[in-house]
Design a binder for this molecule. Structure first.
Ligand SMILES: [Zn+2]
Length: 70
């Protein structure tokens, strides 16, 4: 399992720089959000929220990165 304090620059698995933030819940749609989804910067994680969810995901290989507790 990968953890990071901040959004990683590159994927710890494949080195891709396409790291998307995962957004949980049902956010209000906005053109900005849609643009970020289209650009691969944002992934909708759905509305199932478990105790510990990954915060970022690699767009290329799907590796999930959890935010480290401060
Ligand atoms: Zn990757």
């Amino acid at each position: 399992m990968h953890t990071s304090k901040h959004q990683p620059e590159t994927c710890p698995d494949c080195g891709s720089d396409k790291i998307a933030k995962i957004l949980f819940g049902m956010p209000a749609w906005s053109p900005k959000m849609q643009r970020e989804i289209d650009q691969g910067k944002l992934i909708l994680g759905g509305c199932v929220i478990s105790e510990r969810d990954p915060k970022w995901q690699c767009v290329d290989c799907g590796a999930k990165i959890f935010q480290e507790n401060q």
